[in-house]
Design a protein. Sequence first.
Length: 146
Amino acid sequence: MKRGRLTLIQKIKLHGLPADCRRDGRTPPLASVKDFFTGNDDNTSIARGLPDHPGVKVFFDILLEIKSRADVQDVMIEIDDVDESSPDAWPRSDRIYIVTAATQSEVEGWLAPLRPLSVSEGFAFGLPSSWPTLRPDMNVFGAHWK
């Protein structure tokens, strides 16, 4: 059993598993960068359709670096699938959100090594219930892979 996986799944369940959310019309659950990547060595857990995937460690390092910037309020991982039947399957994501005072082109530059399919302003499925209060000078950008 992977360290951190059960803790992450328990936190996800507090906001509803992705399948439950889709059925109920709620937004998908979110995870912090640290919660999503601690103990995670499953390259299919994020951006699983990315050719020549750089690995989860590269994603973790870059997203932690972005999160540590003075002009970034938060970075969150949107969970789109949880397979509880396999002890090795990590929850999956193809979208992250960055809350920042930076511009979209700056965010695209930060994420360039991770090669997202798109970066756009706002939430893909509406304001998540678990989202923190945004500071007034912040924008939300979502990066998507498939």
